[in-house]
Design a protein around this ligand. Structure first.
Ligand code: SAH
Ligand code: SF4
Ligand code: F3S
Length: 443
């Protein structure tokens, strides 16, 4: 049997695309191989959100030149967000001639045809931007990474054009799947034993299908699916969150009490330049409403430091916002100019690297100390944990997630086959910045 390997960078959209690509390859009788250098087909599913992603990708491409020499039948494929940009495709064609197939985020369904053509003719295949994207999810049979939880796309693309962000250019215009199609997919997953679904969209709050159903309608419909125990979603956009959606945290019993609510900056001036369409007053109102609706809700966020023109005062407003919201966790990034985005064109008041790093370190310190304080509140409590598998660092322990998405490493006497996908009670005995520790207790 021929073998394949997939390298995935980037967000959960890419992870799910890779599951679909794996499904397509298995339908062509390919078998998964752990070692890319022993594979017949390698697919690199790329991300372009920050510059270091670009650098890493070209480094990896370089490493594959060698195999091409030793195995002439080897097929190297590049897909994902990077080749959605013409300058990247040009660079691949110019400098990395050993890449056999390049395809874009909207052409995944065409991959088997491209591979077949490459194998038959020996010619390179390029299938990038499709002006009329087709959503082919319903025909896909993804090879899912986990048995008990699944990623489910509800929208594709993004219309928000935050000035720093490449995603609207790499993923195209926003499109919502029909509610009935999403429900049908999740019913199928539940029948397969899936307990938890993660609904995916760049901005789930702007979900609206052709029949007029919105995100709150979708949450209610998914909540009614038998067999599903937990519902998560990402990502929320503060400008589009509705009160009906917030009410779902009490109305929909399966909806996890957790939200990822990107702040990006705590300064209204910077938020405006980022084209985020909310100010701090609106953001904090949402946080207050969420906590009034679900007092135990956990909140995480994304923050960018060093956006062009960010002053010390702007940055201090971000620190204030972090202290005011008291996030459970945060992803913090240094602004990275992306060619083709408005920010890279419009703003030339770049913040020097040393200032960016100094602000980044200060922000991380504040965020980490809040995360630890929040996690300490769990010590001595019993939490319901859905078990994901063995703990990465301690093979004798298990790891799983609370409803609020806290990572818990814990001990139990039960064998693995009794554990994965199950929800168990864990007494929390230790709190760290990024995880909790404990032991399973009787039902
Ligand atoms: N659709 C989601 C996620 C987008 S990408 C959202 O709107 O939140 C994930 C995060 O990467 C963003 O939230 C942002 O914080 C960060 N990011 C995006 N572009 C960036 C850039 N050019 N430089 C630094 N961070 C960036
Ligand atoms: Fe990028 Fe903004 Fe769209 Fe998120 S909402 S993907 S940050 S443009
Ligand atoms: Fe990266 Fe594309 Fe996701 S740029 S963050 S893989 S949508």
């Amino acid at each position: 049997m021929k073998k394949y390997h997939i390298i995935t960078y980037g967000c959960q959209m890419n992870e799910h695309d890779s599951e679909n690509i794996a499904g397509l390859l298995e339908a062509m009788d390919y078998e998964y191989e752990d070692d890319p250098y022993k594979s017949d087909v390698v697919v690199i599913n790329t991300c372009s959100v920050r510059e270091n992603a670009d650098k890493r990708f070209f480094g990896v491409l370089g490493q594959f030149k060698r195999i091409r020499k030793t195995n002439p039948d080897f097929v190297l494929c590049v897909c994902g967000c990077m080749p959605q940009q013409p300058r990247i495709v040009e660079k691949i064609n110019r400098q990395f001639s050993w890449v056999d197939i390049v395809f874009g985020t909207q052409n995944i369904a065409k991959f088997p045809e491209l591979l077949e053509k490459r194998l038959r003719t020996g010619q390179k295949q390029r299938q990038i931007i499709d002006s009329n994207p087709v959503i082919d999810e319903d025909e896909m049979k993804p090879k899912r990474m986990y048995r008990h939880k699944a990623l489910v796309n509800i929208t594709y693309g993004c219309n928000n054009f935050c000035t720093y962000c490449i995603v609207p250019y790499t993923r195209g215009r926003e499109k919502s799947r029909m509610l009935c199609d999403v429900v049908r997919e999740i019913e199928g997953l539940a029948a397969d034993g899936v307990k938890e679904v993660m609904l995916l969209g760049q901005n789930v709050d702007s979900y609206r299908d052709a029949a007029g159903s919105d995100f709150a309608d979708l949450l209610h419909a998914v909540n009614d699916i038998e067999g599903i125990e937990r519902i998560r979603f990402m990502t929320s956009h503060p400008k589009d969150i509705s009160d009906r959606m917030i009410a779902c945290f009490t109305d929909c019993g399966k909806l996890c009490r957790n939200i990822h609510l990107p702040l990006q900056s705590g300064s209204d001036r910077v938020l405006k330049r980022m084209n985020r369409h909310y100010d701090m007053q609106r953001y904090l109102e949402i946080v207050d409403k969420l906590r009034a609706t679900a007092p135990d809700i956990t909140i995480s966020t994304d923050i960018i430091v060093g956006f062009p023109g960010e002053t010390e005062e702007d940055f201090e407003q971000t620190l204030d916002a972090a202290r005011r919201v008291r996030y459970d966790s945060a992803f913090t990034f240094i602004y990275s100019p992306r060619e083709g985005t408005p920010a890279a064109k419009l703003f030339d008041d770049m913040i020097p690297d040393d200032v960016c790093h100094e602000r980044f370190d200060r922000l991380v310190d504040v965020m980490n100390s809040i995360s630890l304080e929040k996690n300490l509140e769990y010590k001595g409590r019993v939490c319901e944990v859905m078990v994901e598998g063995r703990s990465k660092n301690e093979p004798d322990a298990y790891s799983g997630r609370t409803d609020g998405f806290k990572l818990v490493n814990f001990t139990s006497d039960r064998p693995e086959e009794d554990m994965i996908g199950k929800t168990v009670k864990v007494l929390i005995t230790e709190s760290k910045t990024f995880s909790l520790e404990g032991r399973e207790v009787a039902e």
